[in-house]
Design a protein around this ligand. Structure first.
Ligand SMILES: Cc1cc2nc3c(=O)[nH]c(=O)nc-3n(C[C@H](O)[C@H](O)[C@H](O)COP(=O)(O)OP(=O)(O)OC[C@H]3O[C@@H](n4cnc5c(N)ncnc54)[C@H](O)[C@@H]3O)c2cc1C
Length: 295
């Protein structure tokens, strides 16, 4: 199969890039290995998307899909396992197909780091303080992970919750000094070091400390042991030490005709609105380059 543009990843960034390309009449395909929608499908309640007061991630993606479905999009289900150059084009391979494309937009987002934590119930468990924090007003909650994300989120949550306990499996925080000092001085934040959380239930968590198993009652748990970008598929583009792809202001990578957008790019803000903004920008940039004129 031949196409002008191939978008890899059908999360919010990839879908938005597709919408812009469709509306510009630019032939493209969008490839997704799981369900279209990406990480936002897990959001119970999105309250920070401008113009929409409150919507679940799934409902939001349904709206976006129905908007895209007004046009004749080419959706392909499959996991891209390899991308290589073929002359001045790219050959994109999934298990079943090969697609040859002039341009590439990488929108593969991030996945959770595997953790060794067993989540027995997702009801009171979240991965996003900014998104779900307001559901825990006045409650005693926990944050797992004392890196910058975890401690920053605990600081944010301390203004909403009754108290916040931060669990870390090592003996010191891995966040920066200023963040730690700030958190330490907040009365309703407590640190529990050398405590390796193994299980999360609706109303308690279990951790290992000094060789003993300890149960801890909690009304909510936020897990911050990290995300990692899914960018292994194309090694030619320049990435930072964690694998986030470097892009310029037009979302262009270090490789000609390859663009990247969304949470997988270096400096991404990890938000729906920002992922989609870069998706739109990448599509517009590709359009400009393809047509050698304004989009
Ligand atoms: C639980 C949760 C709640 C959240 N709530 C909010 C919120 O309320 N507000 C907010 O602003 N943000 C929220 N976020 C963040 C938001 O979901 C992300 O910023 C957004 O999804 C990023 O979009 P993306 O398209 O860049 O990446 P992703 O959502 O990660 O999508 C990338 C897609 O690429 C696909 N993919 C990866 N590799 C391949 C491959 N090799 N082949 C084919 N497909 C591939 C993946 O399957 C995935 O569908 C939340 C995140 C989580 C986890």
């Amino acid at each position: 199969m031949k196409t002008r543009v191939c978008i890899v990843g059908g999360g919010p960034a990839g879908l938005t890039a597709s919408l812009y390309l469709l509306r510009a009449g630019i032939d493209h395909v969008i490839i997704e290995k799981n369900e279209y929608g990406g990480n936002i499908l897990e959001a119970i309640s999105i309250k920070n998307y401008p113009g929409i007061v409150d919507i679940s991630g799934r409902e939001y993606i349904m709206c976006l899909r129905s908007q895209i479905d007004l046009y004749d999009g080419k959706f392909i289900r499959g996991s891209v396992t390899n991308i290589e150059r073929e002359g001045d084009k790219f050959k994109i391979s999934t298990k079943r197909r090969e697609i040859v494309s002039d341009y590439l937009i990488i929108a593969t987002g991030t996945k959770r780091l595997s953790s060794g934590i067993e989540i027995h119930n997702f009801d009171n468990t979240s991965f996003c303080a900014l998104c779900d924090g307001s559901n825990f007003k006045g409650k005693s909650i926990s944050v797992i992970g004392a890196g910058n994300n975890g401690v920053d989120s605990a600081i944010y949550l301390s203004n909403i919750a009754k108290d916040v306990t931060i669990f870390s499996d090592v003996d010191a925080p891995s966040c920066d000094h200023t963040t730690y000092e700030m958190a330490k001085n907040i009365e309703n934040i407590k640190f529990e070091f050398n405590a390796k959380v193994t299980d999360v239930y609706r109303d308690k968590l279990v951790y290992q400390k000094d060789g003993k198993e300890v149960e801890f009652e909690t009304e909510g748990t936020f897990i911050y042991i990290g995300f990692t970008p899914e960018t292994e598929i194309f090694d030619e583009v320049k990435k930072d030490e964690y694998g986030y792809i470097y892009v310029d202001k037009n979302l262009k990578t270090s490789v000609d005709k390859v663009y990247a957008c969304g949470d997988c790019i270096e400096g991404s803000f990890g938000q729906l609105v920002t992922a989609q903004a870069t998706g739109a920008q990448a599509a517009i940039s590709v359009g400009k380059e393809l047509r050698k004129c304004a989009f």
